[in-house]
Design a protein around this ligand. Sequence first.
Ligand code: NAD
Ligand code: TYD
Length: 341
Amino acid sequence: MRRLMVTGGAGFIGSNFVRYMLGKYPDTFILVYDKLTYAGRMENLEDVAEAFAGRYTFVQGDICNMAAVDSAVQTYAIDTIVNFAAETHVDRSLMEPGSFIQTDVYGTFVLLEAAKKFNLERYHQISTDEVYGQVLTGRSTEKDQLEPRSPYAASKTSGDLMVLAYWESWKLPVTITRGSNNVGPYQYPEKVVPLFATNAIDNQALPVYGDGLQMRDYQYVLDHCEGIDMVLHRGALGQIYNVGTGEEMTNIEMTKLVLATLGKPESLIKHVEDRAGHDRRYALDVSKLRALGWESRHSCAQAVEKTVRWYAENEHWWRPIKSGALYKEYYAQQYGKRLSE
Ligand code: NAD
Ligand code: TYD
């Protein structure tokens, strides 16, 4: 696995993964293949292009475009696909599910076809704890039943099932990781931690959905990247591995931590209308990945604090996003009515 095609590599986790892998493995070449949707940004990879020139290249393309995918795989003699490309935000999937089905399901199929056609050494799928649905007690293991509840989660689940079908049917060498909520540098400020951190910096309200007692496992993005790396190198083919801290915190605890880190008052908290079908709790059992020798380096609280500090120190990255017309339109649609009530 020396020549990787990282699809969705201009997004949040993908760009962190590319930087991590090129830094760790001096003999690795990476092609980032990304459509550059609202969530994909060349700025996320600016330093990578400079630091690793010669071992890194970028192609703008859609994973749903079979001819373009095939051409990229052949042109760059790719031996491994790591697929991060997806529509990723639950709230957007409630507004317009179609693009989720297109990219997260059909796009996954196109990449699997390429992996099969060109006999790649590995196809790795980046998946999510949301495929298990809400887990009110206990922790999800990789063998648990899949009970996705949002259009996003249902699309990701379908992608996973297609990956497993290629393993069962043709023994395509696949692996899957299912990560919990990631936080860290370069996360688009629609997801809760960067949204709350940047709102708080600007003394704007923090819109907490419902009672704020929902629970999430916020893991630091580089811990997730290390987990993926571990599965690429030591994971068994056809297997699924959960990746997370193995602990959770409520949204209100996370919100108060964001405010405390920035020295901002709790009066900025505003409880607003809940998300439709809001999953109450996700919780992962990560013992299968731990057994390979991986360990999370940050607790949820450390991950959130470190992330908030990054946003405080990198306004040049997020201010242009938040002041753009596209973002403002999304914010008004998602929060306008909620915040005025
Ligand atoms: P992101 O939204 O920041 O980035 C997604 C990237 O995919 C963007 O660069 C975008 O341009 C690209 N993309 C979208 N549609 C595409 C298409 N049709 N063709 C090519 N590129 C396309 O997402 P992220 O948070 O970095 O998530 C990456 C992956 O990790 C996703 O598969 C997501 O489901 C999964 N995941 C995310 C989290 C999380 O907390 N963010 C947790 C677990 C799993
Ligand atoms: P999010 O970052 O959208 O991730 P996911 O829904 O994929 O877990 O949301 C994390 C949690 O924060 C989730 O319980 C919903 C909640 N949330 C809010 O309370 N307010 C917000 O404005 C957002 C975006 C999320």
